[in-house]
Design a protein around this ligand. Sequence first.
Ligand SMILES: [Zn+2]
Ligand SMILES: [Zn+2]
Length: 179
Amino acid sequence: MEQEENHWKKCSSCKQWIDFESDYWTCNVSTCNRKRTGMVFCTVTCWETHLPLMNHREAWAEDQRAPSRAKFLAQEKNEKETAPTRRIVRPEASAQSASSSSAQGATETTPLNQDVAKEILIVASRLKSYILARSGMNTSEKVMAGLSDIVRKACDEAIETARRDERKTVLDRDIPKPS
Ligand SMILES: [Zn+2]
Ligand SMILES: [Zn+2]
């Protein structure tokens, strides 16, 4: 990969270079910050672009500062030495191309990757206090995973409804009513 003097990483949305020691944004959601995903955004607007793809429930952009060139190179060198057999898998490549195409109006649903399929979409503290208030019962952590699957299913149905209406925004009325 060709890298010019001042360029650190490309924005995950618009592919513009983020320079060393300049401000950039990351997503607060852990799956967007894993080593192999490592999403970085040049602006909050670019960060917003990835939201519909990742199905985040609660997300915010975090202000960051790119490392200096010297620091970055030292870090890379260090990683190569400690992990010589590291295989680079890039699931974000598909997310990125989907991201740019969605900006141009494509309407295909991004296939669920492992990270998105397992992400917890439930605010655990609020759910626990709801169950506690309703019943006086405690809540197992695993409840969040099961409920997240239900939320994902409801979202997928809502996406389909919005698509049938040829909208680019999922509305509250698209969410299937609880039976
Ligand atoms: Zn950007
Ligand atoms: Zn994210």
